[in-house]
Ligand binder design. Structure first.
Ligand code: ZN
Ligand code: ZN
Length: 747
């Protein structure tokens, strides 16, 4: 084609505040096209005229700016305009830029990294370097529209040099709302070289990051790590590490191609990897677990620390070479409360923990933890979803009212819908402390402001006493309570776009059932806005109620009792002073019961002598999973009657005297997978449904998740695992809004 034509192009998606207009401008100029580009309420509007208009469309589709997300490109041929010259960035539709969507916080881009380490660049070693392709968004934006006065950069007027870049449509900092330099921008309170020196001498340093403070120390220094654990009172949970680059990560852990892509992605999550033996990392980092949670640098401050540790070499070669630096970088959340994110809070709450507090004067407007993922079935799976991914929307497939989902209790999130999109908040955490309950309110308010929506309804858990349920009641909005496991399954259906009936296998710790009982090992049929409980795990007694989640021997005692072997409780758990009393409690049938899958895991741990007293929920089961090297299914070690799956025979096999923990772990996992698959397959035949949602915190267990996927696929079924959200209660808020919107539509 050699004749000039004119095209009007409409681009929808996340195309504002991501350098889209400079990209179109530069491309159009290069292709010798005339016309204009502008932002408006619907996204980006382009008119181009010239010979190579098709090439522009190709560029848009194939090489958009890194942070753009194009949902749709539409185009129409329009009449040529005579005498047009040049390409312009036109002023926006109404009232300046209208950024309708705010992106997540992402790591430093390669262009900024090059400038950061270029002595000739005016931002050489500037700890807040950023551009339209990188840096913070979600945590620095107060409300829509995303313009500098609405961000935490409002107090930093641009210097003439920055202003020139900001107004130059050919510059990658054109309308980069968070841009700054050493002349006009935020400042770091301590030089990175000094931070490194203190870390090297074994000190604990609190460092202000993107969504809050980290507590850092030298991960190779056993004493420093032990001191950090002691001061933070973070008993036994594994600590995350930061290393300089992929080559350094490979020295410490086994990294396959999927894991490598995840580690180096712009989202920069913590990735749980298999640790290499004798890697020099302090044993106190992961305790008994054979894994390491690793992440790579994502702020300029992290990069400056790495550069200092590498001896401040010239050039960029060091970025690809293994570096010995390994830092513990754990969220500064004393006593399990939410992350510390304000400077005043840091001084008050971290004073007794950190030897040095490093802050800066760019405020964090909303806290946001690091995200944590693991690769399951060669695909990333969330353990915790926060920085880098929030507020990325999930497409619900159709429009509906604006609904808030307030989640449940543990590992909580909230969710707000706008049109056909659902925005799940960052990880809020367990609502067992006032600070977390405050964070719940903050998260709702912040999401509402950055989405610019008015709520029409609220959905909550069935549990009447959860703080989230109370929050829903006080909102003054019409309330839709949604059953816990129904929400789990609905969340998986929503993210996978399943609209028809499906089976749901929900395996978790606890959820309130419609009979008021404790549920947690549920086989549901979910259809439209309703669900039917077609099966559940055989109930297990909970002698001591909530204490069972932290004392695995209690669940094992309950399982023994259920096997008619109550006599063995006192001798088997002889070191437990309460064992005889527990026996009496069970004999008299006074203990509440639960169908929870989590408690069957605990019972297995208790039977095998693992973590009779654990310091956090899931510690025993994680240790159990870590032992598995060759899962083995025991024939006939389960019973299915009237939809109920009973694992008592499996527990009997684990009660064998002198059974090695590793054999027990292999038998438990292998048999559990076979039993669950048998149960699901029978239900699939009876219900004539092939799609099965797998959800609940137990699916964080990779052996279980991969085993179920493989077995169910082999049976011709379509198992679905959560991919956009974690399988645990972090997904409940999405399930709640999905169900509530269907109910509201039905009214
Ligand atoms: Zn950049
Ligand atoms: Zn400046």
């Amino acid at each position: 084609m050699t004749t000039a034509r004119r095209l009007r192009i409409r681009v929808r998606g996340r195309v504002q505040g991501v350098g889209f207009r400079p990209f179109v401008y530069a491309t159009a100029v290069r292709l010798q096209l005339t016309g204009y580009v502008l932002n408006d309420r619907d996204g980006v509007l382009i008119e181009v005229q010239g010979v190579q208009v098709d090439a522009l469309i190709t560029e848009l589709r194939e090489r958009p700016p890194p942070l753009a997300r194009i949902d749709a490109i539409g185009s129409d041929w329009i009449p040529l305009i005579d005498g047009e010259s040049g390409f312009a960035v036109a002023s926006s539709g109404q009232g300046g830029a209208l950024h309708t969507e705010i992106g997540p916080d992402v790591g430093v881009c390669s262009d900024c990294l090059r400038e950061l380490f270029d002595p000739a660049n005016r931002r050489y070693r500037y700890p807040f370097i950023t551009c339209t392709h990188c840096g913070p968004r979600f945590t620095i934006c107060a409300r829509l529209p995303y313009d500098r006065p609405q961000t935490s950069l409002a107090g930093f007027p641009l210097c003439p040099d920055c202003q020139r870049e900001y107004t130059d449509p050919g510059n990658r900092r054109f309308h980069a709302e968070s841009t700054a330099c050493a002349v006009c921008g935020p400042r770091l309170s301590v030089d990175p070289r000094k931070i490194l020196a203190q870390l090297r001498q074994g000190d604990i340093v609190a460092i202000k990051g993107i969504g809050g403070y980290h507590l850092a120390c030298d991960a190779r220094n056993e004493k420093a790590v032990a001191r950090l654990r002691l001061r933070k009172q973070r008993e036994a949970r594994p600590l995350a590490l930061m290393v300089c680059n992929l080559a350094s990560a490979r020295v410490l852990a086994l990294v396959d191609d999927v894991e490598a892509a995840l580690l180096t992605s712009k989202e920069r999550p913590i990735v749980v990897l298999r640790a290499r033996p004798d890697n020099g990392i302090a044993a106190a980092v992961s305790q008994e677990l054979p894994t390491l949670g690793l992440m790579l640098p994502y702020t300029p401050i992290h990069w400056l620390l790495c550069h200092a540790a590498a001896g401040e070499p010239d050039g960029l070669e060091w970025l690809a070479q293994p570096q010995p630096l390994a830092l513990v970088m754990t969220s500064a959340n004393p006593h399990g409360e939410p992350l510390v994110h304000t400077d005043a809070d840091a001084r008050e709450r971290l004073a007794g923990i950190a030897d040095l507090i490093v802050d800066h004067d760019r405020p964090i407007l909303v806290r946001c933890d690091d995200s944590v993922l693991r690769v399951v079935d060669r695909t990333p799976a969330f353990i915790r979803r926060a920085r880098g991914f929030v507020p990325e929307p999930i497409d619900l497939g159709s429009d509906g009212p604006c609904v808030l989902g307030v989640g449940a209790f543990l590992k909580n999130t909230v969710c707000i819908t706008r049109g056909r999109e659902a925005f799940v908040s960052q990880h809020v955490g367990d609502l067992d402390n006032p600070e977390a309950r405050r964070f719940l309110g903050e998260s709702v308010a912040h999401l509402q402001r950055i989405l610019d929506v008015r709520l029409e309804a609220v959905a909550c858990d069935w549990h009447p006493d959860f703080p989230s349920t109370e929050f829903a009641r006080q909102s003054g909005l019409p309330i839709t309570p949604v059953q816990h496991h129904h929400a789990h399954v609905a969340a998986v259906a929503a993210e996978h776009g399943v609209s028809g009936p499906l089976l749901g296998l929900a395996l978790d710790g606890y959820g309130h059932g419609d009979d008021g009982a404790a549920w947690g090992g549920e086989l549901l049929r979910v259809d439209a806005a309703g669900f039917e409980r077609i099966g559940h795990l055989a109930p297990l007694a909970l002698p001591g109620g909530d204490r069972c989640a932290r004392e695995t021997w209690r669940c094992a005692a309950a399982a023994l009792h259920a096997l008619g072997r109550g006599d063995e409780i006192a001798t088997r758990f002889a070191s437990e002073p309460l064992a005889p009393m527990l026996r009496q409690l069970l004999d008299r049938g006074l203990a509440p019961t639960t169908s929870s899958a989590g408690r069957w895991f605990d019972a297995a741990c208790g039977m095998l002598g693992l973590h009779w007293h654990s310091s956090y929920e899931g510690q025993g089961p994680m240790a159990l999973e870590a032992l598995v090297d060759d899962p083995e299914a025991l024939d006939g070690a389960w019973r299915i009657e009237a939809g109920t799956l009973d694992l008592a025979p499996l527990l009997a096999a684990l009660a064998e005297p002198r059974l090695a923990a590793r054999s027990g772990a292999n038998r438990f996992h292998g048999t559990l997978i076979a039993a669950l698959a048998d149960w699901v397959k029978r239900a699939a035949t009876i219900q004539d449904i092939a799609v099965v949602a797998l959800s609940g915190g137990c699916l964080l267990n990779r052996v279980l998740a991969e085993g179920l996927l493989t077995t169910l696929r082999a049976a011709g079924l379509t198992p679905l695992l959560p991919r956009l959200l974690p399988p645990n209660d972090g997904a409940i808020s999405l399930g709640q809004v999905a169900v509530a919107r269907k109910l509201l539509r039905a009214c």
